[in-house]
Design a protein around this ligand. Structure first.
Ligand code: AMP
Ligand code: ZN
Length: 468
């Protein structure tokens, strides 16, 4: 499998650090409003990548942060005279509801910034101690000149970056590119105690701290929209690598923008539709088909006409699905037909193995539907086994990876259970037990988990698990 890595600007063979485990972190929403269909494109493409890795047999630990403290949340809270916590809670709930409606599987964990203040403070503290950050009257800034690799992700030198970006003016900073790690609270703003006084974390440090806490110092995949390459992801690298002295991320994946009339869909430009609005008129499957028909990295010009054609295209798959289900329900016995399912599985895998070429994978699925239809048209009395195999193919590819069809099936969807969270909880209890030299308890937890099919793997950056 190959993936285009923004860091190296080449397509690279995918070799996870600790196979079959894959750690994946995706930058999630800032919860001050409903998300738009442009944000949805990034969330859906990340979901497809995760699901394809699972299809390939990887054990993926998938984390998406929720930014629940931020200037925009505070602004909304002031405008509406509602506590910022309530604003964040309301829109985090809305985010979870709407992503579910879009067939996006729940992350294994949705860490929130306000629940990781200790870890954030710890990381800022170590950056100051190592000389990468400075405190000016309660505002702590990252000193970009101290980090040699600054600019390596966006491929720019520090002076080019200064010239090319709109940067917040602030007399306290040594360099205009220095960014806030800890922001001093103004009167009445939500604030936490810290060694530098009351304040709140900057946006970038939240992802570095939460990623390290939940996935270890080096992770396999980190993803987000193109707009996050600079400064967000560039800053995450600077923070994490300075703090841990290890490579932060092996593969950086970035999603192209959803545009409207060739302009990025965004809140600030006002050219957006919320996902919730679109879901009133179109199914999640139609939206996902439309997105799958463009490669994740390229731009996609959004229009309702395109959604209409996606909707029409889906009818072809759904008509077949209905017919197949009817035959399965009737348990018809009949003649065997030769059909080369492997050809379509290979086709699907070859496409997705090539940097998640979903447009080609979709074409294979439509090709499959056409061939199956022609087999059905030519044969009167086909055995149920054929229909079951057709259904299985669509289930594994169109449903479980792309999410463009919903079959009447019992296959367990990922992310629906609390299972991973419970295993993580037991792992953290075992880690504590080991720290306290209670090896008996640590072994007991390991053995009991093994008995029910979870094998623990201890590595330098912590313990992960494999399902047997
Ligand atoms: P935000 O809540 O603005 O931080 O965005 C959440 C995610 O959506 C990030 O990964 C962004 O990069 C992504 N995003 C924002 N606007 C678009 C867009 N027009 N097209 C695709 N992704 C976007
Ligand atoms: Zn982030």
């Amino acid at each position: 499998m190959i993936i285009y890595n923004t860091l190296t600007k080449t397509k690279e063979k995918f070799e996870p650090i600790n196979p079959p485990n894959v750690s994946m972190y995706v930058c999630g929403p800032t919860v001050y409003d409903l998300f738009h269909i442009g944000n949805a494109r990034s969330f859906i493409m990340a979901d497809i990548i995760r699901k394809y890795l699972i299809y390939k047999g990887y054990n993926v630990k998938y984390i998406m942060n929720i930014t629940d403290i931020d200037d925009k949340i505070i602004k909304k809270s002031n405008e509406e005279k509602v506590d910022s916590k309530l604003i964040a809670e309301k829109f985090a709930d809305a985010f979870l509801q709407d992503t579910k409606l879009l067939n996006i599987a729940k992350a294994d964990l949705f860490p929130r910034a306000t629940e990781h203040i200790d870890e954030i403070i710890g990381m800022i503290d170590s950056l100051i101690k190592k000389g990468f950050a400075y405190n000016i009257e309660g505002n702590v800034f990252y000193d970009v000149n101290k980090f040699d690799g600054y600019g390596k992700l966006s491929g720019k030198k520090i002076d080019e970056l200064i010239a090319g970006s709109r940067i917040e003016v602030n007399d306290q900073k040594k360099n205009p590119l220095d960014f806030t790690l800890w922001k001093k609270a103004k009167e009445g703003e939500p604030a936490w105690d810290s060694p530098w006084g009351k304040g709140r974390p900057g946006w970038h440090i939240e992802c570095s701290a939460m990623s390290t806490k939940h996935l270890g110092e080096t992770i396999d995949i980190h993803a987000g929209g193109n707009d996050l390459i600079f400064p967000h992801h560039e800053n995450e690298i600077a923070q994490s690598e300075a703090a841990t002295s290890h490579q932060f991320v092996k593969y950086w994946i970035h999603f192209g923008f959803l545009n409207i009339q060739n302009e990025k869909m965004s809140k600030s430009l006002g050219n957006f539709f919320t996902a919730r609005e679109i879901l009133k008129k179109y199914s999640a499957e139609a939206i996902r088909l439309l997105f799958s028909q463009t490669h994740y990295a390229g731009p996609l010009n959004f229009s309702e006409d395109l959604l209409e054609s996606a909707k029409k295209g889906l009818e072809k798959i759904n008509n077949l699905v209905e017919h197949v289900q009817e035959k399965i329900d009737k348990k018809t016995k009949g003649n065997h037909v030769d059909f080369d399912f492997d050809k379509y599985y290979f086709g699907f895998e070859n496409s997705m193995d090539d940097d998640f070429n979903s447009p080609q994978a979709v074409a294979i699925i439509f090709d499959f539907v056409r061939s199956v239809n022609s087999v059905i048209a030519k044969n009167d009395n086909i055995d149920i086994k054929f229909y079951e195999d057709v259904k299985l193919f669509l289930e594994k590819t169109a449903q479980n990876v792309l999410g463009i069809v919903k079959l009447d099936s019992e296959s367990k969807q990922i992310g629906d259970s609390k299972e991973n969270e419970l295993v993580e909880l037991l792992i953290s209890l075992r880690t504590d037990a080991k720290k306290n030299k209670n090896y008996e308890l640590a072994d007991l937890i390991r053995n009991k988990l093994a008995e029910i099919g979870f094998q623990l793997v201890d590595t330098k950056s912590g313990t992960s698990f494999k399902k047997k």
